[in-house]
Design a protein around this ligand. Structure first.
Ligand SMILES: C[S@@+](CC[C@H](N)C(=O)[O-])C[C@H]1O[C@@H](n2cnc3c(N)ncnc32)[C@H](O)[C@@H]1O
Length: 245
């Protein structure tokens, strides 16, 4: 059996394993994904923020502490929304359970939309780009991370357990769904090329400002071995775009 994004995280065993992974020292989210996302976001002081596929909303707590004017997270998983409500207790941040694909995005409302590692669960990402464009104010920014397309292209190097020692890039130009093994279950993800993401943003009306890959920085790692392992392949891809005036 394979799961769509929110249902995947509502599987109790998957959710528990995922949260354990996120607590692990030197996990890829903390060492690779978060530093680049925060760098791309830059100052959020006074900004109204929307987080699409917010998960536990840890980012909301961080950005409110940095002076964001408001934070709204949306996520389709009941488990994640409950976790996010706990995270945001005592802050002005809000979270709602909603599907990224069908939520009614209010027009010209946010200064910044962020999405971390959620859009590779979405079949029609171009439609989400149009919705995000609509919900941003003029000059508003859209920053997102996804699993890098060299990772999502092909799952054949997966051997069931233990650390991967090699990765296969194949069927790269076949932009379509992939059923992949993760956290003891199978989940549906959508592979697209780097060019697909770039052109999708431009077609929606965005000016693409930055493209980054998860090149590791030694300062975030305790162990040289972990750092060296992360220099082998790019796990994440990042894009930052702006809605023109
Ligand atoms: C890998 S987690 C990342 C969570 C969080 N952004 C972070 O980086 O910590 C992906 C999240 O996307 C959410 N998601 C995936 N597909 C979704 C959809 N169609 N609608 C709403 N949320 C979705 C999942 O429920 C999950 O919380």
């Amino acid at each position: 059996m394979s799961y769509e994004g929110p249902q995947f995280y509502d599987n109790a065993a998957v959710f528990q394993t995922y949260m354990q992974h996120r607590q692990r020292p030197e996990n890829p989210n903390d060492t690779l994904e978060q530093p680049i996302t925060l760098a791309l976001l830059g100052s959020v002081s006074g900004a109204h923020l929307l987080d699409v596929g917010c998960g536990d909303a840890a980012l909301g707590k961080t950005l409110l502490a940095q002076g964001a004017a408001s934070y709204l997270g949306i996520d389709g998983s009941r488990n994640m929304v409950e976790q996010a409500q706990q995270t945001l207790t005592g802050t002005t941040g809000k979270v709602i359970q909603a599907d990224i694909r069908s939520w009614t995005y209010p027009a010209s409302t946010f200064d910044c939309v962020v999405s971390r590692l959620a859009l590779h669960y979405i079949a029609d990402v171009d439609d989400v780009f149009r919705q995000v464009f609509r919900t941003l104010r003029p000059m508003g920014r859209f920053v997102f991370s996804i699993e890098h397309p060299v990772i999502t292209s092909c799952d054949r190097a997966w051997h069931g357990s233990g650390r991967r020692q090699s990765w296969i890039v194949d069927d790269y130009f076949d932009s379509s769904c992939r059923v992949t093994h993760w956290l003891g279950e199978q989940v549906v993800k959508y592979h697209r090329t780097v060019e697909d993401y770039f052109l999708g943003l431009q077609t929606a009306g965005f000016v693409v400002e930055r493209l980054r890959e998860s090149r590791p920085e030694r300062q975030w790692f305790v162990h040289e071995e972990t750092y060296q392992r992360r220099t082998r392949i790019p796990l994440f891809l990042f894009l930052a775009a702006r809605k023109p005036v």
